[in-house]
Design a protein around this ligand. Sequence first.
Ligand SMILES: Nc1ncnc2c1ncn2[C@@H]1O[C@H](COP(=O)(O)OP(=O)(O)OP(=O)(O)O)[C@@H](O)[C@H]1O
Ligand SMILES: O=C(O)[C@@H](O)C(=O)CO
Length: 428
Amino acid sequence: MAIRLGCIADDFTGATDLANNLVRAGMRVVQLIDVPAPDTETPQDADAVVIALKSRTVPAAEAVEVSLRALEWLRSAGAEQIYFKYCSTFDSTPAGNIGPVTEALMDALGTDFTVATPAFPDNGRTVFKGHLFVGDVLLAESGMRHHPLTPMTDSNLVSVLGAQTGRPVGLIDHKAVAAGPEAIEARIATLRKDGIGAAVVDAVSNDDLVRLGAAVAGLPLVTAGSGLAIGLPANWGIEPSPEAAQLPAASGHSAVVAGSVSAATNGQVRAFLDTGRPGFSVDPMRIAAGEDVAAEALAFADAHLSSEGPVLIYSTESPDAVRDVQGRLGAAEAGELVERTLARVAQGLVERGVRRLVVAGGETSGAVVQALGLTGLRIGPQIDPGVPWCAAPLAGGDTLHITLKSGNFGGPDFFTTSFDLLGNGESQ
Ligand SMILES: Nc1ncnc2c1ncn2[C@@H]1O[C@H](COP(=O)(O)OP(=O)(O)OP(=O)(O)O)[C@@H](O)[C@H]1O
Ligand SMILES: O=C(O)[C@@H](O)C(=O)CO
């Protein structure tokens, strides 16, 4: 069976976020890790396939190359429309990668126009007059200005995207979006006539996204955060259905691996430790000095993995502490050292019987999923907006329940309450 929607996500947490919104809107979704081999069969009974890449912060040429390979696979699987998913905080730099990837996909699809909106109102991301708000503040005044890899210091997305692409960038403002699909289509026609290649779209509510979804049914390519996904399944007559999110029963030990340094994850780590639960802090300077911090973390896990609840291994630190480490090691080097260590820790935890695993941070999730050799995820129930539980088969035949939490997503008690949703298996 051919798929309807083919999705390319620029990081792993973002991919599950998108898959989650598609599932909630009724689509049967398979998430694949990295571009599958050309001869990989199209998943049966899937309305959408999300290919999860780790292309957000690699050099632009690399992001373009891997995104085009993903596009080729999705087109051969029959995708009728392509969705390029990036972060709801538009994480990118003037060098890319949102602009260059968008342009390359447009060229490959032979289309002269696409839309761009990171709006995700359920998680407080709204776009008005082309400016992105995170909660009540502009993007450039949010914690994103301190992001270790993609600091966002301009909230005007028309200028942010304009700096990343050779094509003129325009705006579909809220007046058109609020007036409904026909008004949006009329605005698109005008922009196209004026030679605009990509238009940032205002959206402050789910209703806006549903109206936008209907208006872009005929575009070969849409680019967005996960929010627009709620408006697309209806274009194929698909309606929400609870069966779309069912997973097998969970069992085994629970653990949390946190490599995100975002504000929300900092709060979640603090809240977890404040309950007196066991946590081990991974120090990048000690890794850089050659100490076997992964082995220490696993020894700590050996002492604390129990039916009492999850153990936490984290590198999460305040923005000041992260800046200090980056100043001494370099941002990319520090990131890589920590990612490699946390990926080894995750492997060790699974070897020790962890079967319910929370991973925090997009880059961190990419490293962990690759180290665990997971190739595909089934998407289950939503824990918090943008974060579902997923299930993946392990080599020995067991099922791993895993959730890939975007750094800034999830409530303060996420590291404890997320496990409640899986119910009681053999042990927690
Ligand atoms: N203590 C630390 N010092 C320096 N760098 C760190 C530290 N802890 C984590 N890092 C690095 O910071 C980066 C955090 O990125 P990651 O994508 O995992 O989280 P995030 O940006 O908060 O989440 P998301 O991308 O989902 O919003 C990773 O490369 C990680 O290895
Ligand atoms: O859109 C978001 O905010 C998330 O899905 C994400 O991509 C964070 O890495």
